[in-house]
Ligand binder design. Sequence first.
Ligand SMILES: Nc1ncnc2c1ncn2[C@@H]1O[C@H](COP(=O)(O)OP(=O)(O)OP(=O)(O)O)[C@@H](O)[C@H]1O
Length: 377
Amino acid sequence: MDNTKTPILEVNNLKQHFEVGSGKKKLTVKAVDGVNFSIYEGETFGLVGESGCGKTTTGRSIINLYDITDGEVYLDGVKIAQGAKTFINQIAEVKAESKRKIIELKEQVSSNEITAEEARIQIEEIKEHKRETISHCKHEIKKSKKLNNENKDYYDRIQMIFQDPIASLNPRMTVKEIIAEGLRINGEKDEDVITKKVSDILKVVGLLPEHRFRYPHEFSGGQRQRIGVARALVINPKILIADEPISALDVSIQAQVINLLNDLKEKFGLTVLFIAHDLSVVKYFSDRIAVMYFGKIVEMADADELFENPLHPYTKSLLSAVPLPDPRYERGRKRESYNPAIHQYDEENQPSLVEIKPGHLVSASPKEIEEFKKQLK
Ligand SMILES: Nc1ncnc2c1ncn2[C@@H]1O[C@H](COP(=O)(O)OP(=O)(O)OP(=O)(O)O)[C@@H](O)[C@H]1O
């Protein structure tokens, strides 16, 4: 992958925390907790991890379904979302720091270390710094909220297809109305144009123009997913986020939907973020793969590299679950379980995502970096 290009999508330190419960039972679920990745034009980027690791929340945060807690999202180099948490924290920090420094200065005056005049000048500077920081942070917090509304055009360029084609299609709307919704939101009023676009896109996804009069329940699971794909593509997005698009489908239908997505990717020059819990699904479909565990990316590499040189024990555990079409291998295949305690992380030995070789990143503590380097083939 040519990393000198500008990424089409850049996700920077993305955090999405949810407050759940109330009172003493209130707790913060860190569904996504500091995720970084870039996707380049025309690339298919696989995001993999077990249920609950935050894959869906990552996708939903990118398409602006939530106000992100922290971090930034860039589309074609333009910031389309930013979280306010850093700025909220900065305000609290600057307030606490000013208070602490002023108390310190007053103590120095009492003990005659500095004069009252010297203290007054320094206190004035501290207060000025506090005012400036708070004003900047308040501006950024306002901008975070505004960005989400301002960038509607950008969000049209990213569309998502969902895991469950039954739940994601309104049962009371005809196929035409479902697919036309995005066109209407974008201001298209001409019924003939709408009908033509809906009919054309139905053909593109392998359905028939006359299917537009029907309701979702009249279709099979695979066909419903095709309707979901048509709805996403009708407004010409550049990026498609496919959130486990085949996991709710019969095995016999899965390959058809994967092939359809592959064809459409070529035809429309799409960039795809493909979310799945199963590495075998993304293997043949992705250029690069990121493995996610509990809200963080633990390994990221070209698809072939990840399969040849998996380093993180969690990636290895996911790989051990991938079946191979070799009966001898299958008879001996053992599912490796992952126990996060094996890392023995402590205060001095904390992990971060490091580039262990060009394009191959792994979450590793300083001790693990050496071990992983030895393991590399
Ligand atoms: N709106 C929400 N409010 C509170 N917690 C949430 C919310 N959405 C997701 N979560 C929690 O965040 C974590 C990540 O969920 P997410 O759906 O992103 O995971 P996932 O990897 O996509 O799982 P799956 O494969 O089952 O869809 C889970 O613990 C989930 O319960």
